[in-house]
Design a protein around this ligand. Structure first.
Ligand code: AMP
Ligand code: GLY
Length: 422
């Protein structure tokens, strides 16, 4: 089959790498371009966010399956537009992608179907939101932009002043554009965080898998929030009985709720959970794989990704088992100096960048310059990813060996990814 992959980050490189292993796949096209992906696929220049451009490209290339990596085109209706043209697509419709595209919609759905999540209130007026938070105990709320804000829309304030600033930035200074016109003030929960992923086809939910990501810029969870500085996944991260509990109390009920609401979900569902004393609660749903969680997760997927994605797209996932192996896998993101604030790009990249095996460097923000040399082109540049059948310590050591060999001006990475799991 011919597959068109949408998106050009480390997540899409990992998806393309896994798709390329499938005997069912004869040809992969990916848009936009990424030099790592270009070793495995033909690439194009159409931006992932350009829904009409992607629909035109798909119509011209005639893929058997389109695999969508990022959330924005899904929330923007890409899957619907492709379905209209009878093109199979892995990724939910705009209606179902509201689970990520609107936090108030997602919370409302969870309340109505008794899915454990924090209390929340939605506001369209900054004055009313401020009035409300002033009535709440200090440090008891979280402020969230309702819409997509590239992972930056959540503030966990420590004082009323910080809370008011977060509300004002979102609603009055439009820091997240229209995504912050509506905000959600949520009850602040405490506990360890866990990301759980499952393939979903209507009511049917596949075997789930757990991962942990590291969002803050510096070791010890210090510094600003980023798109993700690293991740790991291991069979010990969540016990089989806890994963079953999460599947039965969260994933299956939400999949059924989406069907009942006429928003049938087809794709991968990412539940961001907080493991509170009262049990796991949902702090966010995403309508796609996490990045960088996807990179180590692909090293644990034993099933044929092309077959699974096609089964989801055709509504027959129940016939196509999703098998995660018992390996340990770690991804360490090597970022540009300055990231997540401003940074320079165009620096030459040196080092070993293995592209296959159980230690792989996936490309995220890279490009080739006029001489064909590899240079930096983004904040998150490369994802050093490794797996081990034996231990998280071995997987970690291998990932850090890869990361330490990567050199470019200002290169930096967190040194504590998965340290707590050893
Ligand atoms: P998100 O962008 O939704 O992933 O949220 C970013 C981070 O904010 C999460 O990883 C949590 O650490 C924190 N967070 C989100 N919602 C809550 C909540 N209700 N209570 C406590 N922390 C939260
Ligand atoms: N790693 C977090 C995310 O992809 O949203």
């Amino acid at each position: 089959m011919k597959v068109l992959v949408i998106g050009s980050g480390g997540r899409e490189h990992a998806l393309t790498w896994k798709l390329a292993k499938s005997e069912l796949v004869s040809h992969i096209i990916c848009t936009p371009d990424n030099p790592g992906i270009a070793q495995l696929a033909d690439t194009d220049e159409v931006s992932a966010e350009d829904v009409e451009g992607v629909v035109e490209l798909a119509t011209e290339k005639g893929p058997d399956l389109v695999v969508v990596g990022p959330e924005a085109p899904l929330v923007g209706g890409l899957a619907d537009r492709l379905n209209d043209r009878n093109i199979h697509v892995f990724g939910p419709s705009a209606c179902a992608a509201r689970i990520e595209g609107s936090k108030s919609w997602a919370n409302d759905l969870m309340y109505r179907y008794d899915i454990p999540c924090p209390q929340s209130r939605t506001f369209e007026s900054a004055a009313m939101a401020i009035n409300y938070v002033e009535s709440q105990p200090v440090g008891s709320v979280v402020v969230k932009a309702d819409g997509l804000a590239a992972g930056k829309g959540v503030t966990v304030p420590e004082s009323v002043a910080e809370t008011v600033t977060a509300i004002s930035e979102a609603m009055e200074q439009h820091a997240f554009g229209d995504a912050g016109n509506t905000i959600v003030i949520e009850e602040r929960l405490t506990g360890p965080e866990l990301s759980v992923f499952a393939f979903v086809d209507g009511e049917f939910v596949s075997e789930p898998v757990a991962a942990r990501d590291y969002k803050r810029a510096y070791d010890g969870d210090l510094g600003a929030n980023t798109g993700g500085m690293g991740a790991y996944t291991s069979p010990n991260l969540c016990s089989p009985s806890d994963l079953r509990h999460i599947r039965e109390t969260i994933l299956e009920p939400v999949a059924l709720a989406l069907v009942k609401e006429g928003s049938l979900y087809r794709g991968v569902l990412y539940a961001g959970l907080m493991l509170t004393e009262a049990g796991p609660q949902v702090i966010e749903f995403n309508c796609r794989f996490g990045d960088p969680e996807c990179e180590p997760l692909m090293l644990r997927l034993d099933s044929d990704l092309a077959e699974v994605c096609m089964a989801v797209a055709e509504g027959r996932l129940e016939e196509s088992p999703v098998i995660w192996n018992d390996n340990y896998a770690v991804g360490v993101v090597v970022v540009s100096g300055g990231y997540p604030a401003s940074y320079q790009t165009g620096y030459p990249i040196e080092g070993q960048l293995p592209s296959d095996g159980d230690a792989i460097v996936f490309h995220a923000g890279t490009a080739t310059d006029d001489n064909g040399s590899l240079v930096t082109a983004g904040g998150r540049v490369l994802v050093a990813t490794a797996s081990s059948p034996n231990s998280i310590a071995e997987a970690r050591a291998a990932a850090f060996t890869l990361a330490s060999d990567i050199q470019f001006d200002g290169a930096r990475y967190r040194t504590d990814i998965a340290a707590n799991a050893v």
